[in-house]
Design a protein around this ligand. Structure first.
Ligand SMILES: [Zn+2]
Length: 246
């Protein structure tokens, strides 16, 4: 392998690592925001149950005030009734008492309805709390994993950047400028392999036999006639010991 070619292959590997790491790092805030949005969505269900419980309790307080009001009215009428002089007044108050009792009975029915409702909401709330807690645990674990991944990718970016800087010091300037020129127009891939049947592995053009022959030797810098990428050859692995060669 020509040292020039080996350096270009190494440079390509480092450039690809750097590009992948940068794109991974760039998507990190978005992925973090998505995880938070999922948690917020899970929280909505819990909040809805909490709000229903709050509404129920407020309604209960209003009903309790009504009960106190009607009970006060009832006892006032009863006091008045025990002090009246005429039958007519007695009957009139009896009528008021009956109405107040009916009103009180109506409110008490509503209290029972609200109590039944509160039982249902309490069950929903408990369910929503447990769903939310499980979801939060899951999402916290995801975020932790994302943070760990980010640290790994950042470390790999730093290491690749350092190696690249060292490599650039040793690289032939003319070859480097060829590399950069091809990388610019070929989506960052300036070096690739020739396949074993003699194709450029990226643009798939068939290489001329004498060009392919040259590439197989890995001793010269050869560019693909079609896409201009610098090509090298990876020979097939030697057959494993004991394997039957056909
Ligand atoms: Zn090509």
């Amino acid at each position: 392998m020509s040292p020039d070619l080996q350096r270009l292959i190494d440079l390509q590997r480092l450039e690809s690592t750097i590009a992948e790491a940068k794109s991974r790092i760039a998507t990190h805030p978005q992925r973090l925001a998505e995880a938070d949005a999922q948690l917020a969505a899970a929280n909505l269900l819990l909040e809805s149950a909490q709000n229903r419980m709050k509404d129920n309790q407020e309604a209960r307080r209003t009903l309790d005030k009504d009960i106190a009001l009607y009970q006060g009215r009832l006892s006032k009428f009863r006091d008045q009734q025990s002090a009246v002089k005429t039958n007519k007044e007695y009957q009139a108050l009896g009528h008021e008492i009956e109405t107040a009792q009916k009103d009180l009975g109506g409110v008490e029915e509503k209290v029972i309805e609200r109590m039944v409702e509160a039982d249902g909401i309490a069950a929903d709330l408990k369910q929503a709390e447990s769903v939310f807690a499980a979801r939060r645990k899951e999402i916290d674990a995801q975020k932790k994993q994302m943070g760990d991944e980010l640290a790994t990718v950042e470390a790999s970016l730093a290491s690749a950047t350092e190696q690249r800087a060292a490599l650039l010091r040793d690289i032939d300037q003319r070859l480097l400028s060829t590399f950069e020129q091809v990388a610019r127009v070929r989506k960052g891939i300036a070096v690739t392999t020739a396949t074993r049947d003699g194709l450029c592995s990226v643009c798939h053009v068939r290489l001329r036999p004498q060009v392919f022959q040259l590439i197989r030797q890995n001793d010269t810098i050869v560019q693909c006639d079609s896409c201009q990428r610098i090509l090298y050859y990876v020979p097939p692995p030697p057959p494993a010991e004991g394997a039957v060669v056909r």
